[in-house]
Write a protein that binds this ligand. Structure first.
Ligand code: ZN
Ligand code: ZN
Length: 105
């Protein structure tokens, strides 16, 4: 009967004590303020396509996604000195203004 006793104890251990977390949430609830980074499935060029951390469209943010860099380099839009697309390099282009697209609707 030792096995049965262990089984009962195991059950008790699971249900007693600190409240067991129910199914762990897959993701934390969305924050009330705008997230710093856009989700991956965002429409490029939309209001939501914006990297709040680097103040450029998320779909063109080479600092968040290094895989974008070759595409900029291929078009010659690349500042090797600062490691940024020339079109995003405020150090070379202090007057540059990258505006967030307006919210639709
Ligand atoms: Zn970024
Ligand atoms: Zn530069």
């Amino acid at each position: 009967m030792r096995l049965t006793l262990l089984f009962v104890l195991a059950l008790f251990a699971c249900e007693g004590g600190a409240p067991a977390p129910s199914a762990a949430p897959a993701a934390p609830p969305a924050p009330a303020h705008a997230p710093a980074h856009a989700p991956a499935d965002i429409q490029p060029g939309s209001h939501a396509d914006w990297c709040g951390e680097h103040a450029v469209p998320e779909s063109q943010c080479t600092r968040c996604d290094a895989a974008l860099i070759p595409a900029f380099q291929a078009t010659g839009d690349w500042c090797a000195e600062h490691g940024l697309p020339e079109s995003q390099c405020l150090q070379c282009n202090p007057d540059l203004k990258i505006e967030r697209p307006p919210k639709e609707g």
